[in-house]
Write a protein that binds this ligand. Structure first.
Ligand SMILES: O=P(O)(O)O[C@H]1O[C@H](CO)[C@@H](O)[C@H]1O
Ligand SMILES: O=c1cc[nH]c(=O)[nH]1
Length: 236
């Protein structure tokens, strides 16, 4: 038990999916898992454990942003002993070749967060996905005919930038594909604590073309991401 999580030891499976949105945790659990049990509801940051294709797996919301995610991920690894953590997020698009509903599988994550930037002295740490999770996700997404892209994600602490797309220009010029708010801190904590992490995000709104998924279509458009992440999680 922690101030943010009332799950008991053993309530979580070895692998967990991490959506930002608590209602996405509920949706994934109720839609895809068998025998899902609510294991955490502190602050309504919902966590569940159930089975997918006969194997135990958990889903725990992290809230929005890297400060919130680091609380949940720190506790999942250090208190509950989890070793495999897969973010299932939404993201904005930074490259017109990525279409709405496409998956961005984050090979690395560039960030402005001091959680990462201040932890390495004079060096810039490069937060990276676990290679085996990354390879498995790409193989499975390809086999299933999903539209996917692998590359650099931007994990920003700021959702509303006053200068809009301009603040991302140098990152876009260096190939960044999308922007969200959690992957870099997830990858950094996984590296620090010898765990494995991957972020798979569905692109819901393109900052370049302004194409976006309607609010009504948002939930169903996340099905590819959820099933892909569940398959990777139970195979890890
Ligand atoms: O849909 P989730 O997983 O919350 O992810 C994205 O959505 C939120 C911003 O709207 C941020 O958390 C961002 O990373
Ligand atoms: O963090 C996010 C998530 C979705 N869309 C964005 O533009 N940013």
């Amino acid at each position: 038990m922690t101030p943010h999580n009332h799950a008991k030891p053993g309530d979580y499976a070895d692998a967990v999916l991490l959506p930002g949105d608590p209602l996405r945790a509920k949706w994934i659990s109720e839609t895809f898992l068998e025998d899902a049990v609510l294991v955490n509801s502190v602050r309504n940051c919902l966590g569940y454990t159930g089975t997918w294709k006969g194997k135990r797996v958990s889903v725990q919301a992290t809230g929005m942003g890297q400060p919130s995610l680091t609380i949940y991920v720190h506790e999942l690894i250090k208190v509950y002993g989890l070793k495999t953590l897969i973010r299932v997020g939404t993201c904005g698009g930074l490259n017109a070749k990525v279409k709405v509903r496409d998956l961005i599988i984050a090979q690395g994550a560039s960030t402005d967060t001091t959680i990462v930037k201040d932890a390495f002295g004079p060096y810039n740490f490069a937060p990276l996905a676990d290679f085996s999770l990354l390879r498995d996700a790409v193989d499975r997404a390809s086999a299933a005919g999903m539209n996917w892209h692998v590359g650099n994600m931007v994990s920003s602490d700021i959702f509303y930038h006053d200068d809009g797309l301009a603040s991302y220009k140098a990152l876009i010029d260096h190939g960044a594909l999308g922007v969200e708010m959690e992957a870099a801190a997830l990858y950094t904590l996984a590296a620090r604590f010898d765990a494995r992490a991957l972020a798979i995000c569905t692109m819901t709104d393109c900052l370049v073309t302004h194409e976006e998924i309607s609010a009504a279509d948002r939930q169903t458009s996340l099905k590819d991401m959820a099933t892909l992440a569940l398959d990777v999680a139970i195979s890890a």
